[in-house]
Design a protein around this ligand. Sequence first.
Ligand code: SF4
Ligand code: SF4
Length: 158
Amino acid sequence: MEDNVKVRSYGQHIVQAPSDVSFCAGCNACEIVCALVHDGVVGPCYNRIFMEKGTQTMVSIINTCQQCSDHPCYEACARKDQALCLDEHGIAYINEEFCIGCKRCIKACVFDPPRINYIKSTDKTKRKAKKCDLCRNRPEGPACVQYCQVSCLSVSDK
Ligand code: SF4
Ligand code: SF4
């Protein structure tokens, strides 16, 4: 292996089962329950988890934060340890009260599309970053995993 190839590693994060095991129905239930758990609304969905519909293959891809073990978004945050924090299990999460919507975390995300969403608003105080925090304060675990009707989501560090 070339020395300059960086091997990434990840913490616990949401994974999608291969389509030969469980086929994503494209129902958006994961996005809806995520918004309900985090924001107390069923819409709009704030894309902490978001689906890309397969236009030709019918296979939909679920995207969400992979909890990179080096947390580039956390390192880049203008308000590190206030707006973007790491909990005792290494889960990077956003404390919206302190987020100033500067997007530095989004630019630092190593994935395309970035796994942090940004809420646009004419009201500056409502401009916030949103990302998966694995429902870290929810005893039942991630709501998207619990409510996926075809059980195609689970939590893994692989
Ligand atoms: S948008 Fe919020 S969470 Fe992201 S870098 Fe700026 S202050 Fe930190
Ligand atoms: S938001 Fe992006 S950079 Fe940050 S931990 Fe998740 S996948 Fe990695």
